[in-house]
Design a protein around this ligand. Structure first.
Ligand code: GLN
Length: 195
């Protein structure tokens, strides 16, 4: 079985480990390069992308993460993790960098300017409706031609892209790790097994 890591610099790491276990996969925290080297796939949790970027730099993980992603390692980012997987961001702090990998522009705190947090039922990847929890969430402003849109919001505050996939990379603006519904994590585990 593939080993899935959860980037454990900052954010809701334990919730992702639990959700991966619910989806039938083993999960292990990743803080060091040798731990990154040992996993087949990686989840980047929700939290705060500016802090995650700074800690990844301090722990000398930013370049190793970029190399693994370039190498085709499957990865899934929720919320701050989505920001980390974006090739380009809007409303980042001065100098803020990402790992990148998904050809998209993500706007930080985009929903958060209007409502700090909200929930909405939305369809994910044609797998039926699920409860999506948004907390100072980003939205996807635009995507390149190789990016598949897997989910959108339709209620307030409007029609926005909130779930995407590009090859082995998956990202959601919302937090499926907080709802006890393991369908997004199951989707990712299936991706990892197929690749
Ligand atoms: N606003 C956070 C950021 O910019 C993301 C919020 C979250 O992960 N819940 O990183």
């Amino acid at each position: 079985a593939p080993t899935i890591g959860v980037l454990a610099l900052q954010g809701d790491v334990r919730e992702h480990i639990r959700a991966l276990e619910l989806a039938g996969a083993g999960a292990t925290p990743v803080r060091r390069q040798r731990e990154l080297d040992a996993v087949d796939a990686l989840v980047i949790p929700g939290g705060e992308s500016t802090t995650m970027w700074k800690l990844a730099t301090t722990f000398e993980l930013l370049e190793p993460l970029r190399l693994r992603i370039k190498d085709g390692m499957p990865a899934y980012g929720s919320c701050a993790g989505m920001i980390m997987l974006a090739d380009r961001i809007e409303d980042g702090i001065e100098g803020q960098q990402t790992i990148g990998g998904i050809d998209m522009v993500v706007r930080r705190n985009a929903f958060g300017r209007q409502v700090d947090s909200f929930e909405e039922d939305l369809d994910f990847a044609g797998r039926g409706r699920m409860r999506a929890v948004f907390i100072r969430a980003p939205w996807v402003e635009s995507v390149g031609p190789d990016v598949e849109v897997l989910g959108r919001t339709h209620g307030q505050p409007g029609d926005r892209i909130v779930a995407v996939r590009q090859g082995p990379l998956l990202a959601t603006s919302f937090h499926p790790e907080l709802t006890g519904d393991a369908r997004v994590h199951s989707y990712f585990v299936e991706m990892v097994r197929e690749l």
